[in-house]
Design a protein around this ligand. Structure first.
Ligand code: APR
Ligand code: PHB
Length: 393
């Protein structure tokens, strides 16, 4: 087989890149080692920056998101029971975020892919990129007992944190930067009306909690737990009790509980590799970086990588530019580091790390400082709604 761009990974990064390339007549094939149902079964993020919404529009896949997604103009930060409203729209000159689940985005992108007739292979085994340093890279994989080969111009490594693309780069080429936090988030999804229209990030004596949602009838809630906690030890009742304890009083009074649809613990980590490319292979999304969920940036950074690579490939194929592909990593990383820093900053300010430590007291002080004036809240708001994508000249 032959294509222009071989895309490894059918998460949001791979699917969105594929759809944008399709819209410009750039041929691509998507490979994933699991099935579409498995991918759609993952419960992940749900706060979408405006730049990402615009990109979905450009790809022609934003219709349902615009209809069913909720536009949010504010976000609440509650500190020891007291609310601080971050008025995103006023503070950023009109910007907002959209609350729409990653699962729904993936669904919309998969539907569009199916309608496009472009090739995709699911449950592909032993996917492997080859000759990335040459101008004739290729990808091999096995499917139903047969080995296949895809010759291509470029390989897009959209295969997540545990994927094969980053791993296939020779040792010594990449530098890894990593921070593991001493806690995780226990998340619960339930078909109960959300406790609040706006999201509430909660800092309490018992630790961090987050009130989020997927719709007017579906809630997504989290509590900070020690890193060694096991989800088996958390019955729904125990979760609700702990969650309620951390909420401001009015929210605790309003809280509607119910059976969980999903419950899991995610460790918190900041991770970046540099560079985000090796020859003709590019790394995008979780394949290149992970952020703790506190700033809601993981999925949005994946979209920003897709934007960068898409614009570069467009200029390469349509305008004959030969200089841009080598600059992908440098351009993508500038925005990635902003997102990594913001997520780290929000994580630091909102969580308890070590009880009675001077660092925790300083973190409290920093949060109070940034909530105390409009000018300071603007710094938070500008980053929460998403910094602009860089123009590619
Ligand atoms: N071969 C083929 N496919 C693979 C391989 C492999 N060796 N390893 C992983 N994959 C596939 C996975 O099955 C998955 O469907 O790559 C896909 C990666 O998808 P994601 O992990 O969702 O990563 P990405 O598309 O970059 O999405 C960005 O942002 O909010 C965060 O973590 C959240 O998933 C989200 C991410
Ligand atoms: C979520 O809805 O899952 C969510 C929202 C905001 C975050 C993290 C996760 O910061």
């Amino acid at each position: 087989m032959k294509t222009q761009v071989a895309i490894i990974g059918s998460g949001p990064s791979g699917l969105l890149l594929g759809q944008l390339l399709n819209s410009q007549g750039i041929d691509n094939i998507i490979l994933d080692r699991v099935s579409p149902d498995y991918i759609l079964g993952r419960i992940r993020a749900g706060v979408i920056e405006q730049g990402f919404v615009e990109l979905m529009k450009e790809a022609g896949v934003a219709e349902r998101m615009l209809r069913e997604g909720e536009i949010h103009h504010e976000v609440e930060i509650a500190v020891h029971g007291e609310y601080h409203t971050i008025n995103l729209t006023e503070l950023t000159g009109g910007k907002s975020v959209t609350v729409y689940g990653q699962t729904e985005i993936t669904h919309d992108l998969m539907d569009a892919r199916n309608a496009s007739g472009q090739l995709s292979f699911y449950e592909a085994e032993n996917v492997m990129p080859h000759d990335m340093k040459s101008d004739k890279p290729y990808v091999t994989f096995e499917k139903d007992g047969e080995t296949h080969r895809i010759d291509c111009d470029y390989i897009a490594g959209c295969d997540g944190f545990h994927g094969v693309c980053r791993e296939s780069i020779p040792k010594g080429v990449l530098t890894e930067y990593e921070r593991v936090y001493p806690f995780g988030w226990l998340g619960l999804l339930s078909d109960t009306p959300p406790v609040n229209f706006e999201l509430i990030y909660v800092k309490s004596d018992e630790g961090f909690a987050l009130c989020s949602k997927r719709s007017e009838t579906r809630s997504r809630y989290y509590v900070q737990v020690p890193l060694d906690e096991k989800v088996e030890n958390w019955s729904d009742d125990r979760f609700w009790e702990e969650f309620k304890r951390r909420l401001p009083e009015d929210a605790a009074d309003r809280l509607v509980t119910g059976p969980s649809i999903e419950k899991s613990i995610a460790p918190l980590r900041s991770f970046v590799v540099e560079p985000m490319q090796y020859g003709q292979m590019f790394l995008l999304g979780d394949a290149a970086h992970i952020v703790p969920p506190t700033g809601a940036k993981g999925l949005n950074l994946a979209a920003s990588d897709v934007n960068t690579l898409y614009r570069i490939l467009l200029k390469t194929y349509k305008e004959g530019r030969t200089d841009l592909t080598a600059r992908y990593s440098e351009i993508a990383l500038r925005r990635v580091w902003h997102g990594v820093r913001f997520s780290w900053w929000m994580t630091n300010m909102l969580h308890h790390f070590y009880r009675d430590s001077i660092e925790d007291k300083i973190r409290d002080s920093e949060l109070n400082f940034f909530l105390a004036s409009e000018h300071r809240r603007r710094i938070l708001a500008e980053q929460y709604v998403g910094l602009p994508y860089e123009d590619i000249e």
